[in-house]
Write a protein of this length. Structure first.
Length: 430
């Protein structure tokens, strides 16, 4: 998964102290729980047995002295070790297959409340830093960080009088995820929101849609069932069963770092193909929901070594290309593909015509063309970076496209460095 993981530890390493009562060593009981409540910084949803048929993943918690050990079941490959000082958590290690992949250190203000968190490790080579705002009782009300592309990610926590919370995660000004939790930190509802561009419209139109998981509980707070709403379709969430209604449009919903693999299994059901390859920091996780080929469409969800969503990709990638009429340059070509596709197509800086899903090289790593905005930096063919001046969404018409496969992984078109897309499967004839 490599360098892309620098931005995907939002959920797993969050630390939010609900009140001054958290200022104690290991302030919770050993046991089996539904999940770790990042916003309460404690396990939530105690389970009577060591498993639950309603969830694809749960946790067991034990402690040794001042260290809490959180093991993610049933695979037991991901383990957290959280060390507590008198004022609260001071140090956290995230291990995959016994290999430390993340380390978080907490900094507190003079009152002992969380003020800053610094995260380093194999999954975040550039490191991460979170800034916190707390209320008079020590509860976090805001957490922010700067993403590699310069956008600000912020989490806003609204605390109700009964101790319950509503938590919203924004990237820029767009809300990507919202959680409702009861006063014990148990999940009641999670909503993922996204915006889609309607191609071929003038002026440019954007639609906003949502997916939702609903956690139904009895009066004691015990989980009784989980429901899912996928673009308005409500049904029981059964992570072990396939949902034949899932289509490419359903998988376009997620931003990096705001969904875990276990949540995707609840929301979309069992994938057609699940891949778990490698160990430790090199572990690669992905799920494909296409039964066949969804040409040019996202069908694969990819996750980091801990199971946190990083990106979507297309298994049948016939639509990844630049317009064939454009001259390209590469010295290590071992294959080219020509095909007709409707795209969608973009024109960047008035010169590069490229499909929206195809990636361009940027100083922070490869980026899909449709995630770039005017002013973003891309890598030039001379090695220097330059800022994008314009992005035009072209009409939805069929164009002849070309992809160039190179041993170096890129080729150039004019000033632009384009990522060479591999072909993992055969695409059907058009």
């Amino acid at each position: 998964m490599g360098m892309r993981l620098a931005v995907v530890v939002v959920v797993l390493t969050s630390c939010v102290w609900p009140s001054a009562t958290a200022l104690a060593q290991v302030p919770f009981a050993d046991g089996t729980y539904e999940r770790w409540s990042a916003f309460f910084d404690a396990p939530s949803g105690a389970l009577a047995s060591r498993s639950t048929p309603l969830l694809p993943e749960w946790i067991t918690v034990t402690h040794a002295g001042a260290t809490a050990i959180v093991t993610f079941e049933p695979e037991r490959r991901v383990v957290w070790r959280i060390t507590y000082a008198p004022e609260g958590a001071s140090h956290k290690r995230v291990l995959v297959d016994g290999v430390e992949v993340l380390e978080a250190r907490y900094e507190r203000d003079v009152r002992g409340y969380i003020a800053r968190k610094r995260v380093t490790g194999l999954l975040v080579p550039a490191g991460l830093e979170y800034q916190y705002t707390t209320d008079v009782g020590g509860r976090v009300t805001r957490r922010t960080r700067t993403l590699p592309d310069g956008r600000i990610e912020r989490v806003e926590v609204q605390w109700a009088g009964d101790g319950s919370a509503t938590v919203a995660t924004f990237v820029g000004d767009v809300e990507r995820r919202a959680d409702r939790l009861d006063a014990s930190g148990r999940l009641l509802e999670t909503t993922w929101s996204w915006e889609s561009v309607v191609y071929g419209t003038s002026p440019r139109q954007v639609t906003r849609e949502q997916h939702r998981l609903l956690y139904r509980r009895d009066r004691a707070g015990t989980l009784t069932r989980v429901l899912r709403e996928v673009r308005g379709r409500r049904s029981r969430a059964t992570p072990s069963a396939r949902d034949s209604r899932i289509v490419a449009e359903d998988l376009r919903v997620i931003s990096e770092g705001v969904m875990e693999r276990s949540e995707a299994r609840l929301l979309f059901g069992s994938p057609v193909t699940g891949v778990d390859r490698g160990r430790g920091a090199q572990r690669e996780l992905s799920d494909s929901y296409a039964d066949g080929c969804w040409m040019n469409e996202t069908d694969i969800l990819q996750y980091d070594a801990t199971g946190l969503y990083t990106r979507g990709s297309a298994g049948c990638i016939c639509g990844f290309c630049v317009e064939a009429s454009q001259r390209y340059d590469a010295h290590d070509v071992f294959g080219t593909e020509l095909h007709w596709t409707r795209g969608p197509w973009l024109r960047v800086d008035g010169e590069l015509v490229i499909t929206a899903e195809h990636e361009l090289a940027t100083p922070s790593g490869p980026r899909r063309a449709d995630t770039l905005q005017v002013g973003d930096l891309v890598t030039g063919s001379d090695g220097a970076s330059f800022a994008i001046r314009s992005i035009e969404h072209l009409d939805d018409t069929e164009r002849l496209g070309r992809n160039v496969e190179t041993t170096g992984g890129t080729f150039t078109v004019g000033r632009f460095v384009v990522v060479s897309e591999p072909y993992p499967m055969t695409c059907p004839a058009r």
